[in-house]
Write a protein that binds this ligand. Structure first.
Ligand SMILES: C[S@@+](CC[C@H](N)C(=O)[O-])C[C@H]1O[C@@H](n2cnc3c(N)ncnc32)[C@H](O)[C@@H]1O
Length: 310
């Protein structure tokens, strides 16, 4: 189906939709490095511009609108989270575009912390706003590890189906679990995810295989905890600033932080997916992304509708 993507970033969610067989016909982000990354890997259809400055009439008609609206204001990792955060209003842009384009479906992704924000009032407001556009709206927390991503990453996935469309969206079924029982595969571990990546300190042909020298200090805070190589990694975040303060997971060898390439593998990006910008920017693009494998699982459900409609 034809997909329009908002807040596309480096293209994690979009890659998932492409892997599921859909076509992204238009995308948008205002972050230049992420747009370069996107163009290089996914195509020229991305526009680098503030979404608030884009008329819906300039966006092509589509079947699905997808968008992980910016979550800094919602994240529990951000101590300044509060209801009135101006960034939260970016989801209003998603509302505006859905209202004008009226796609059959939409998918909105966000951090789990959004559920408890304002004691649940914020998510209720968001769900009501979407429903008032004429959509049947559902939400569910999915853990990327349950879909083969080597990372515990819980995200709220909101899906809307236009009232007049005869389709019930059913969330994808988990393919993995912690123990590998009940006919499911075992969660993919960090060591499995990194097994084929060469030592970055030796000559190698890989793109983005360099790491931050930000000092290691295992003090128990996020980004400063030892990694268990036999388990999925904790959530990759895009926390921090442009001056080296981005919190990057340590490598399980506990001697250095992960390279951008390693972190991209933890997010399930293919090894040839090249990122642009300096290391801080690349780490941020990766931390912001929906793991492509999770995106693919969410996107494949729409194939049931498409197959039925022919
Ligand atoms: C959570 S990230 C999305 C990541 C993406 N879904 C992925 O899977 O890679 C949110 C994105 O929204 C973008 N953004 C923030 N404000 C924006 C605005 N006013 N207009 C367009 N994009 C914006 C950011 O640059 C960031 O890349």
């Amino acid at each position: 189906m034809k997909v329009v993507s908002l807040f596309s970033g480096a293209g994690g969610l979009d890659l998932g939709f492409v892997l599921a067989g859909h076509t992204i016909i238009w995308a948008n982000d205002l972050y230049e490095d992420a747009v370069m990354t996107y163009r290089h890997n996914l195509g020229e259809h991305i526009i680098c511009e503030d979404i608030a400055r884009i008329n819906a009439s300039d966006i092509p008609d589509c079947d699905i609108i997808i968008g992980g609206f910016p979550c800094q204001g919602f994240s529990v990792a951000n101590m300044k989270r509060f209801e009135g955060d101006l960034r939260n209003s970016l989801y209003k842009q998603l509302i505006r575009i859905i209202e004008e384009k009226r796609p059959k479906f939409f998918v909105a992704e966000n951090v789990k912390g959004i559920l408890s924000l304002g004691k649940g009032k914020v998510i209720d407001m968001i769900m009501n706003d979407f429903a008032n556009l004429g959509y049947i709206v559902q939400k569910k927390v999915l853990n990327a590890a349950d879909f083969g991503v080597p990372q515990i990453r819980q995200r709220v996935i909101i899906v809307g189906v236009r009232n007049d469309v005869d389709f019930k969206y059913t969330y994808p079924t988990e393919t993995h679990n912690e123990s590998g029982t009940n006919g499911l595969k075992k969660w993919v571990s960090v060591s499995e995810a990194l097994a084929n990546l060469p030592n970055p300190d030796c000559p190698n042909g890989l793109k983005n295989h360099t790491y931050s020298k930000y000092k290691l200090n295992f003090n128990g805070y996020i980004g400063h905890r030892r990694l268990d190589p036999d388990k999925p990694a904790p959530t990759v975040t895009a926390r921090g600033d442009n001056r080296g303060g981005v919190v990057i997971l340590p490598h399980p060898n506990a001697e250095r932080r992960m390279t951008c390439r390693e972190l991209a593998s933890i997010q399930s990006f293919p090894v040839d997916y090249e990122f642009f910008g300096n290391n801080s920017s690349v780490y941020r693009q990766i931390g912001n992304a929906v793991p492509p494998l999770l995106g693919k699982a969410i996107a494949e459900v729409f194939n049931n509708y498409q197959n039925r409609e022919g």
